[in-house]
Ligand binder design. Structure first.
Ligand SMILES: O=C[C@H](O)COP(=O)(O)O
Length: 259
């Protein structure tokens, strides 16, 4: 079945709310509308910029989606500093990144917590972009496929077949994030194909076939076409290059041309 291309820009901890407004405006002016018909473009600003992005996008009915970079597994309560799925849904977010390697490493998030966050996102009607990926040592030892498949299993604990259809997966090899060292198209397809195969084992092939799988890690306009050639790769989770409107627009255009 045809899965719609998705290019998601993870801005990480960059841009004030004013800068965020400027970047969204520039993206919309730069990406032709016919590209956005074929490829879904999504921005993932920091929490502090979400309200500004929401006001701009919904107020002017701009053809880009938006979402957050993390959420709490809890709905409300004494969780200082956390933001709940209910709050994100109230702000009309469509997406939320869950289990990014920077959260797993810097904030010590394990698969069990990530699974609770996936469930919290689904409960509030948000699409989780669930990230998995291996570090360099695991890759060098040749254990990347089982590692990523196990991470996927653990992070989807308790998620039903109906719900998993609403999840977007992102394969992000940690050694390729922000390093300029992109995985080869073959490396990316190997793991994305294995993730789909694991979904098929667990939920059946029809369900596995509708789940979108992104690649992330030093994606730029120059490597997008090669990466997206993989039959199991439906788009990209873009970090650094998503902060440049021209580069992000080119990635979206190339995705639409290679859809
Ligand atoms: O979420 C995005 C990824 O961490 C990739 O970041 P990068 O494109 O800067 O390597």
């Amino acid at each position: 079945m045809a899965r719609r291309r998705l290019i998601a820009g993870n801005w990480k901890m960059n841009l004030t709310h004013l800068e965020a407004i400027g970047l969204v405006q520039k993206i919309v002016f730069t990406v032709p509308e016919k590209v956005l018909d074929k490829t879904e473009a999504v921005v993932l600003p920091p929490f502090t910029a979400l309200r500004s992005v929401q006001t701009l996008v919904t107020g002017d009915k701009l053809p880009v989606g938006f979402g957050a970079q993390d959420l709490s597994p809890h709905d409300s309560g004494a969780y200082t500093g956390d933001i709940s799925g209910a709050m994100l849904a109230a702000m009309a977010c469509s997406y939320v990144v869950v289990g990014h390697s920077e959260r797993r490493t810097i904030h010590g998030e394990d698969d069990a917590l990530v699974a609770r966050k996936v469930q919290a996102a689904l409960k509030h009607g948000l699409t989780p972009i669930l990230c998995v990926g291996e570090g360099l040592e695991i890759r060098q030892a040749g254990n990347h496929v089982p590692h990523c498949s196990d991470q996927l299993d653990g992070s989807l604990d308790g998620v039903s077949a109906d719900d998993v259809r609403k999840v977007v997966l992102a394969y992000e090899p940690v050694w390729a994030i922000g390093t300029g060292e992109v995985a080869t198209p073959e490396d990316a397809q190997e793991v994305c194909g294995a993730l789909r195969a694991r979904l098929a084992e667990r939920y059946g092939p029809e369900t596995a076939d509708v789940v979108r799988i992104l690649y992330g890690g030093s994606v730029k306009a120059g490597n997008t076409a090669g990466i997206l050639a993989g039959p199991d790769i439906d788009g990209a989770l873009v970090g650094g290059a998503s902060l440049d409107a021209d580069e992000f627009a080119s990635i979206c255009r190339i995705a639409a041309e290679n859809g």
